[in-house]
Design a protein around this ligand. Structure first.
Ligand SMILES: [Mg+2]
Length: 427
């Protein structure tokens, strides 16, 4: 096999940096993009100046203001971030034959076989970082190494404007020096298990014989062994960009009962459906996420008989999941809807047994999309989700800013089982 070579490019404080680019007077100020604190907003991105106060993404905005009373909070402009993201990805595609975006501001590059073309890797990393800056006005950090994981970890070590190249053959030593928490892809549960086994550092894992890791952790043990010895075979997959499309909202006031939750779910299904159709995607797995007032998060997912991009299919599945979860009495703080396991929308098969209304659904959705494109997202919607607006309630919930390519940032696992499954049930 040809010796592999990967780069990981990650924009520095992306949303916040785009805001500073467009409003230079904000430069150096502690700024953050996120939802308002009085409506239980959450920080989506924090500038480095605000990070010095301890502000970070996924933190409740109210807490961010407690840490940094002078924080400049901005509402976020996803379209503008997408525009800048396209510029960045365009530059990356001119550098590497295979580019896999992980989110709006982050991508893997497969540079295997490009040695002759690009010469010295450090110089290439510098060139990539400079061309991104010169062409977009934004800084990135770049990591390079012989596996994707090494490139990704290296890229995160010296942010912002970081540049770390781990030479071929140096991968295992580079990894062994890291704490287990730095191993990208090793979530809190696995970390806890490793701790119980006395494997506290990457070096501990590297010292453990392969067979012993396997007997202790099964397949995961083998994967860990490959990982720490830089023997992974992971590929850069340009088509893997979309893992899931999701939207969620945090309510200003807790909601109790299906009647209060369902109109919001329908609205979220419309948004998810619109984005699927925009991306030419159909998904088979539908997920419902609910957070109670104690910050316990419950997710349930179901696999549809065929891939879909219509809100009626998504909503029907979400409603079933909601009713199965029996949330009738429990106050709810947040709900989210997601669709994953994609195929291209041309793969959608007509259902011979679909009713007339069902068959006309794609036409209705496309019409809604056209109206949305022309007049904006809130110009038209289904009657049930409009009820929410008529009741004047729309101001009481705030939409979470969500990158279209992003997985749930707090969610370590991206694998989705083939059948209905659920995490803990509400008690
Ligand atoms: Mg970034």
């Amino acid at each position: 096999m040809r010796p592999r070579w990967f780069a990981h490019v990650d924009m520095d404080a992306f949303y916040a940096s785009v805001e500073v680019l467009d409003r230079p007077e904000l430069a150096g100020l502690p700024i953050a993009v996120g939802g308002p604190s009085d409506r239980r907003g959450v920080i989506a991105a924090a500038s480095y100046a605000s990070r010095q106060f301890g502000v970070h993404s996924a933190m409740p905005t109210a807490q961010a203001f407690r840490l940094c009373p002078d924080l400049v909070l901005l509402p976020g402009r996803m379209e503008r971030y997408q525009e800048k993201s396209r510029e960045v990805m365009g530059i990356l595609k001119s550098v590497a034959p295979k580019v896999e975006p992980l989110s709006l501001d982050e991508a893997f590059l497969d540079l295997t076989g490009c040695e002759r073309l690009h010469g010295n890797w450090s110089q290439l990393a510098q060139r990539v970082r400079m061309s991104i800056y010169e062409q977009t006005g934004l800084w990135a950090s770049v990591g390079m190494g012989e596996t994707r994981r090494i490139a990704k970890i290296a890229g995160g070590l010296r942010k912002p404007r970081g540049l770390v190249v781990v030479d071929r053959g140096a991968g295992p030593d580079f990894l062994a020096a890291l704490p287990v928490a730095r191993l990208w892809g090793v979530g809190p549960k696995l970390r806890q298990r490793l701790e119980q086994l006395g494997l506290l550092t990457v070096a501990d894992i590297a010292r453990t014989p392969r067979a012993q890791l396997q007997s202790m952790l099964g397949k995961t043990g083998l994967a860990l062994h490959d990982m720490v010895h830089a023997r992974e075979s992971g590929n850069v997959n340009p088509g893997r960009a979309h893992r899931s499309v999701s939207h969620e909202v945090t309510f200003g006031h807790d909601r109790v009962g299906h009647d209060q939750i369902e109109p919001v779910l329908l609205h979220l299904c419309e948004k998810v459906g619109g984005r699927l159709r925009n991306g030419g995607l159909c998904g088979r797995v539908v997920q419902l996420k609910i957070r109670d007032t104690g910050f316990h998060t419950f997710t349930r997912r179901t696999t549809l008989p065929r891939p879909t991009d219509t809100e009626s299919d998504i909503y029907r599945a979400v409603r079933h999941l909601l009713h199965d979860m029996k949330w009738e009495q429990v106050p709810v703080r947040l709900v989210g809807v997601g669709v994953s396991q994609f195929s291209k929308s041309t793969a959608r098969q007509g259902d011979l047994f679909a009713s007339r209304t069902e068959r006309s659904q794609p036409v209705i959705d496309q019409t809604l999309d056209k109206v949305h494109d022309k007049y904006g997202g809130s110009s038209i919607g289904r009657a049930r989700s409009l009820l929410r607006k008529l009741s004047g309630d729309s101001a009481s919930w705030q939409e979470q800013l969500w990158s279209p390519l992003d997985r749930n940032p707090g969610d370590q696992s991206t694998s989705i089982p083939a059948s209905t499954e659920h995490t803990r049930r509400p008690t």
